[in-house]
Ligand binder design. Structure first.
Ligand code: SF4
Length: 477
């Protein structure tokens, strides 16, 4: 095992200059990128939000130039965005597709290409997975994350960025914290690292994010780019720059424990800028499993819930409500959100959201479910409650469902709502998880199954479970 590693910290008048400088400190990118190589850059383009939610395009441009100068035959940029969001749509919307193509970069959308099956039985949770063909076949791949806080993992950096190399079906697996059932999102990230560790990590820390990352935080101007050939070490140094203690954030620490890089700052040589000249105290994100953060007008009834599971979408929902709806929420109130196993029964019957399989199944016999599924006059029917299925419910369909819950269905669908309706159908059950690949909780948890056997038996199983059979993956096996 290696004893020491090197991480460069660079600044500059812009990102491109800082990227170049970061590699000068390391002795040039030519140490890794050889003439004739095919290089794949994996940024974090989780959605259509701007910087610092996503990796800035100038970091990719800077890397493209360096790779070309080193003699690379081809430079690709590839991504699979947040579950249910097609990367092509995200790239087109923010203008990255055209800008990168004009530069000469090949843009690859992982969800549109073949997946290559990889098994690693000694992994802790995710013992097999599918990787994009372009990444497997590249001579070298470089993770290009942006530094942000995160509700489930403290920070989201290079190790976490690897989640975006998985198919949605694999992303949904073990996206929870139920160690008693062999599921830990944190261990899962290290499982992915064990199967495919980036050869280089280049951290976009020009503008970083604090607070409600990864989606709703605030910008912290750092003007830094970090680089190194140990993604664990680059993460550890970035965490330090964000004000976290040595070995405090879980992912680099776990990676080091499993022999996948160096996280202990005492074993890392810094080149370039002195980290202590730039270190700031980032405000951490508050997870959705923490009571007391609910916006006015919204009551979140929490059962036994996992932070890396339902805690994440719940915190997105709370942040989005706060950001977008503001005073409307008070007018619409009360909105009730049920989540986790056995949440308290809702007192008010208006606008009920049920997040995740635990909440759906454990409230199967609650009173609100015995009422008609639709309420209101025929010309403005609306659902009595909305189930947001999944374990974890990663699909963002609930944003559209929310509109249905509040506004109801119109008697005649206008052109716009037709589009919305069509999209809803597409997204509502878009997890695309074949059962054998992503067993739902009542399948993998015998206790849970026993506990709810009657309910499960008595009820028809929700239809969406069987609508998930279509799976885009090819090249399996
Ligand atoms: S459905 Fe239950 S087990 Fe699954 S992520 Fe949510 S709280 Fe965790």
């Amino acid at each position: 095992m290696q004893n020491r590693t090197k991480v460069s910290i660079a600044t500059g008048k812009n990102r491109i200059e800082a990227v170049h400088r970061a590699f000068e400190y390391l002795g040039g990118i030519g140490k890794w990128v050889k003439p004739g190589f095919r290089v794949l850059l994996k940024p974090n383009i989780m959605s259509t939000g701007g910087t610092p939610m996503i990796t800035h395009i100038d970091v990719l441009k800077g890397l493209y130039q360096l790779c070309k100068d080193a003699g690379a035959r081809e430079v690709m940029v590839g991504e699979n965005s947040v579950c249910g969001l097609e990367p092509r749509v995200q790239f087109d919307f923010i203008g990255y597709t055209d800008a990168l193509k004009r530069l000469g970069v090949k843009v690859v959308f992982f969800d549109e290409e073949e997946w290559v099956y990889r098994a690693r039985p000694e992994n802790l949770c995710l013992k097999d997975m599918h990787l994009p063909k372009s990444l497997v076949e590249a001579d070298i791949w470089i993770t290009v994350p942006v530094a942000k806080t995160h509700v489930a993992t403290v920070s989201t950096l290079g190790i976490k960025n690897s989640h975006g190399i998985l198919a949605d079906e694999d992303k949904a697996r073990h996206h929870r914290l139920r160690p008693e059932f062999g599921s830990s999102l944190l261990d899962k990230f290290i499982d992915v690292l064990a199967v495919s560790k980036a050869h280089l990590s280049v951290m976009d820390m020009f503008d970083a994010m604090e607070g409600q990352g990864p989606g709703f935080g605030d910008t912290v101007e750092m003007k830094l780019i970090l680089a190194g050939d140990d993604v664990t070490a680059v993460d550890a140094v970035t965490d330090y720059l964000m004000g976290f203690g040595n070995l405090e954030p879980p992912l680099p620490r776990k990676a080091q424990e499993r022999g996948l890089g160096i996280a202990d700052l005492k074993q890392i040589d810094f080149v370039g800028e002195n980290p202590n000249d730039h270190r700031q105290k980032f405000i951490p994100a508050i997870g959705g499993d923490v009571p007391g953060s609910d916006p006015p007008g919204v009551e979140v009834l929490r059962g036994d819930m996992c932070r890396s599971g339902c805690g994440m979408p719940i915190s997105y929902m709370i942040d989005l409500f706060k950001l977008v709806l503001g005073k409307d929420l008070k007018e619409l109130a009360p909105i009730t959100v049920l989540c986790g196993d056995n949440p308290p029964p809702p007192k008010d019957k208006r606008f009920i959201f049920v997040f995740g399989d635990c909440a759906i199944y454990s409230t199967w016999n609650y009173e609100y479910r015995r009422k008609p599924a639709f309420i209101g006059p025929w010309w403005r029917r609306r659902p009595a409650y909305i189930d947001v299925p999944g374990c974890v419910p990663l699909s963002l369909s609930w944003i559209r469902d929310f509109a249905k819950l509040i506004r109801g269905y119109g008697p005649i669908l206008s052109l716009t709502s037709m589009v919305e309706f069509a999209e809803t159908q597409k997204y509502t059950f878009a997890e695309g998880v074949p059962l054998e690949k992503n067993p739902r909780r009542w399948q993998f948890d015998p206790e849970f199954r026993k506990k709810y056997a009657k309910e499960i038996e008595a009820s028809h199983q929700p239809e969406y479970i069987y609508k998930n059979e279509s799976c885009k993956m090819s090249g399996k096996g």
